[in-house]
Design a protein around this ligand. Structure first.
Ligand SMILES: [Zn+2]
Length: 498
C-alpha cells in the first residue's frame, strides 16, 4: 500500500506542476497577452488539454486510484480525500471523447477572447455562435457524465456539491419574497442618501496607494500575493505561496476598485491560509465556489461595508483624497457605499439588489441548458428580466448580456454560487459574533481576530472538508438562508430608518 501511495503522490506532483504552468498561461492571457495572440493561445490550450486528458484518463492512473479507493479506510485523511475527489474528477473527464475535450478547450479560449472584444464593441452577434457552441458542449458533457440527471443540475453540482434547481428555486423564491418590498422602499427613498462624492475624480495613482493600504489592513502578506490590473477583476492561485489578485481602476468611481480589492482579497486570504500540510495537494484550495464567494463577499460587504470598517479606514481615504472627500464624513461615506439603487451591472450592485442580478442569470442559464431559450432570444430576455426584477432599462448589450465573463469561459452553473455564498457569509458572521466582539475589532481596524477565526473554522481545511461540512463546522448548524434575509433587512432598515 505504501508503494501505491508513493506512486500516487508522484503523480500528484506532476499534475500540480502541469496545473501551475497552465495557470500561469491563463493569468498571462487575462493580464498582458496582446489581443492578436488569441488564436495561438487557444491552440496551445488545446494541445495542453490533450496532454492533461491523456494523463488523467490513463489506465495506469485509473487502476491506481481505484485500488487506493478500495483501500481508502487504510489511508491517512489527506490521501483518502485526494483519492475520493480524484476518482470523481476522472469520471467527469473520461466520459468525454478526447477529440471533443480538446476541441472544447480550444473553443473556450477563443470564446473568451471573442467575448472581450464583443463587449468593447457592443457586438453580441459576434459572440453568439461561440456561446451557442459552449451551451451545446456543456449540455452534452453533463449528459455524458450523468445521462439520467437534468444537465443543469449536473453543472450546478460541479461548483457546489449537492446544489440543484429544486433547492435554488426555493432559495431564490424566499429571497424574492423578502427583498422585493424592500427594493421598492429603498428605491423610493434614494434621494435621502447622498453619494455625489463617489463619482468625483480620484487619480489612479492615489487609488493604487489605497489598494496597497487595504491589502495591509486585510493582513495580506505581499510576499505571497500580488495585485495586478485587468478589465475584469479575478483571483487565481498556484499555491498558498503564490496568489494573484486583480482590480480595475476607474477615476470617477473610487469605491469600485476599493471593493474589488476587498472582494478579491477575501478570496486570496482563503487560499493563503490553507493548511501547510496540504501544500502541493489538490486539496490545497477553497472547498467550493459557494464557500469561496462566501469569503470574498463576507469581506466585501459584511466587513467592508460595515460602519466599523469605514470608521477605521476613512481617515486614510481622506488623507489620499483630501479635496474629493473634503466635505464628507465617515458616516456619509458609510451610507453612500450602502445605498441601494437598482442598477445594470452585477459587480457594482449594492447588497440588497445584488441577488436579483444573480437570479436573472440563474433563470436564463437554466433555460439555455434546458433548450427552452435560444441564444438568439437571450439578449431580449435578459433585458425583459432586468425590467421585471429591477425596474431598469438596459441600454445596450455591453451593459447587459455581455457584461460578465463567466459564460464565455464555459462557467454555466457558477452564478448561483454568489448568492449562496452571500447567504453563507451572513450565517458565518452570526456564528463568529458568538465567539468575540467582531464589530469592536473591525472598528479598530484590527482584522486579525476575524482572520484567525476563519482560518481555524474554514480556511485551513482547504478541500479536506466538503462545503456542507465546512458550514456545519463554522456555524454549528446546517445552512439556513434566514440569517442572510435578517442581515440584509436589518441593515437596510437601519440605514434608511424604516
Ligand atoms: Zn468572487
Amino acid at each position: 500500500m505504501q508503494e501505491k501511495v508513493k506512486q500516487y503522490k508522484d503523480y500528484l506532483r506532476k499534475a500540480d506542476a502541469f496545473d501551475h504552468a497552465v495557470g500561469v498561461l491563463y493569468y498571462d492571457f487575462e493580464t498582458v497577452m496582446p489581443k492578436g495572440a488569441a488564436d495561438h493561445f487557444s491552440k496551445t490550450m488545446g494541445t495542453l488539454s490533450e496532454e492533461m486528458y491523456k494523463m488523467e484518463t490513463s489506465p495506469e492512473l485509473k487502476a491506481l486510484v481505484t485500488e487506493l479507493y478500495e483501500h481508502r479506510d487504510e489511508l491517512d485523511e489527506i490521501t483518502r480525500r485526494e483519492v475520493e475527489e480524484h476518482r470523481e474528477q476522472i469520471a467527469r473527464i473520461e466520459c468525454i471523447p478526447m477529440e471533443e475535450y480538446v476541441a472544447y478547450s480550444e473553443l473556450e479560449s477563443m470564446a473568451s477572447a471573442v467575448w472581450h472584444q464583443a463587449k468593447v464593441d457592443n457586438d453580441y452577434e459576434s459572440f453568439k455562435p461561440y456561446l451557442q457552441k459552449i451551451v451545446d458542449y456543456q449540455r452534452k458533457f453533463a449528459l455524458y457524465y450523468a445521462p439520467d440527471k437534468e444537465p443543469y443540475d449536473t453543472l450546478l453540482d460541479q461548483y457546489e456539491k449537492g446544489l440543484n434547481k429544486e433547492t435554488l428555486d426555493a432559495f431564490f423564491g424566499k429571497l424574492r419574497e423578502a427583498f422585493k418590498p424592500l427594493v421598492e422602499k429603498t428605491s423610493a427613498a434614494r434621494d435621502s442618501i447622498r453619494d455625489d462624492f463617489l463619482s468625483r475624480n480620484c487619480p489612479v495613482e492615489q487609488q493604487r496607494k489605497l489598494s496597497d493600504y487595504i491589502m495591509d489592513v486585510m493582513c495580506i502578506d505581499k510576499n505571497y500575493c500580488i495585485l495586478g490590473e485587468v478589465e475584469h477583476p479575478f483571483t487565481t492561485e498556484f499555491s498558498k505561496h503564490d496568489v494573484r489578485i486583480t482590480t480595475h481602476y476607474h477615476e470617477d468611481a473610487v469605491a469600485s476598485s476599493f471593493y474589488s480589492v476587498v472582494h478579491e482579497g477575501g478570496h486570496a486570504l482563503y487560499e493563503l491560509h490553507t493548511g501547510d500540510e496540504l501544500m502541493g495537494s489538490p486539496l490545497a484550495e477553497g472547498t467550493s465556489m459557494g464557500v469561496h464567494e462566501s469569503q470574498s463577499r463576507l469581506f466585501e460587504n459584511i466587513i467592508g461595508r460595515s460602519r466599523g470598517f469605514i470608521t477605521a479606514v476613512f481617515p486614510k481615504i481622506k488623507e489620499l483624497f483630501p479635496e474629493q472627500m473634503e466635505d464628507v464624513t465617515a458616516e456619509e461615506f458609510y451610507r453612500a457605499v450602502n445605498k441601494s439603487v437598482p442598477s445594470l451591472i452585477r459587480t457594482e450592485a449594492d447588497e440588497l439588489t445584488y441577488c436579483f442580478h444573480v437570479m436573472i442569470r440563474y433563470e436564463l442559464e437554466k433555460r439555455l441548458i434546458a433548450g427552452s431559450l435560444t441564444v438568439d432570444e437571450l439578449p431580449a430576455e435578459w433585458n425583459r428580466l432586468y425590467k421585471e426584477y429591477l425596474g431598469v432599462d438596459v441600454p445596450n448589450d455591453t451593459k447587459g448580456v455581455l457584461q460578465d465573463s463567466h459564460w464565455s469561459g464555459g462557467m454555466i452553473g457558477y452564478f448561483p454560487s454568489y448568492a449562496i455564498g452571500s447567504a453563507y457569509g451572513a450565517q458565518i458572521v452570526a456564528s463568529m459574533k458568538k465567539d468575540f466582539d467582531v464589530d469592536k475589532a473591525v472598528s479598530e481596524g484590527n482584522l486579525r481576530p476575524v482572520i484567525d477565526w476563519l482560518t481555524d473554522k474554514i480556511w485551513k481545511y482547504g478541500k479536506l472538508k466538503k462545503p456542507a461540512e465546512v458550514i456545519l463546522n463554522a456555524c454549528g448548524a446546517e445552512f439556513d438562508p434566514q440569517f442572510y434575509i435578517d442581515y440584509i433587512t436589518e441593515k437596510m432598515n437601519s440605514i434608511y430608518g424604516f
